[in-house]
Write a protein that binds this ligand. Structure first.
Ligand SMILES: CC(C)(COP(=O)(O)OP(=O)(O)OC[C@H]1O[C@@H](n2cnc3c(N)ncnc32)[C@H](O)[C@@H]1OP(=O)(O)O)[C@@H](O)C(=O)NCCC(=O)NCCS
Length: 218
């Protein structure tokens, strides 16, 4: 049965600054592999970096032609605490690719000794090359982060967060893009994302570049 057919308690809402401590808990739980912890340490420095990142996401957008970030959550129906998170970037048509680099979207790590700038740069840059190859500067909805806490997975929360983005893209008449982990790929395929053929020279090997075509307007 497709995930979209199953009953779910998921309610998608926008997160706010007061949710930041719980958002960090969700992030650390969903992205707790050894590989991810080497890049994004689960230490006081790692917490400072994520606090800065979320504050940046909640800051007002400077103008209509700027990149807009949406930080969405699903809360546990029992406790009301966020247990799943999605971070979307709404990329305007013709947006300057130089402004799309991770250094423009995420806080710097230079003053945080637990981080390696080279490791973070390698993590993001590989995906950015494939992203730019597939989309150039076409406007699109970019699902940059999706994670559900392990004990809340397989309840349709990821599905609801993916659907939020595809519904928005259909309203705007634009494509959707994401870099998929093996865990997320089936979910994305169920929502119309298709893996893209990216030349080996820029293929980042660890994730799949996935594009969802724009919906044909009736
Ligand atoms: C990928 C991830 C976000 C999916 O989140 P999720 O909340 O478990 O997603 P869903 O519950 O909507 O769907 C997951 C599976 O559960 C199934 N499912 C959905 N609702 C269900 C329900 N009510 N009962 C049982 N199973 C259900 C879905 O069919 C889906 O199955 P599939 O993988 O065979 O397609 C989550 O596994 C995760 O955070 N992984 C670690 C981080 C990661 O890899 N993130 C993706 C980066 S691209």
């Amino acid at each position: 049965m497709a995930s979209t057919d199953r009953p779910t308690t998921a309610v998608v809402e926008r997160a706010s600054v007061s949710d930041i401590p719980e958002l960090i808990t969700v992030w650390w739980d969903a992205f707790g592999s050894e590989h991810m912890q080497r890049i994004f340490p689960q230490t006081p420095d790692g917490r400072i970096w994520l606090e800065r990142a979320f504050k940046q996401f909640f800051a007002p957008v400077k103008g209509p032609d700027e990149l807009k970030t949406e930080c969405l959550i699903v809360r546990s129906p029992d406790t009301g605490i966020p247990v799943a998170i999605a971070i979307y970037r709404i990329v305007p048509e013709g947006y300057d690719t130089a402004k799309q680099t991770w250094r423009a979207r995420w806080p710097a790590v230079d003053d945080l000794p637990d981080f390696s700038d080279a490791a973070v740069d390698e993590f993001f840059s590989r995906m950015e090359k494939a992203h730019a190859y597939v989309l150039g500067n076409r406007g699109h909805v970019f699902l940059e982060v999706l994670g559900t806490m392990a004990t809340f997975q397989k309840r349709g929360y990821g599905t609801a967060l993916v659907k939020w983005g595809t519904d928005l893209a259909d309203q705007l008449g634009v494509e959707c893009y994401l870099d998929a982990s093996p865990a997320g790929k089936p979910l994305y395929e169920a929502h119309g994302y298709v893996e893209q053929d990216v030349p080996a020279i820029i293929d980042n090997q660890s994730s799949a570049s996935m594009l969802r075509p724009k919906k044909l307007q009736a």
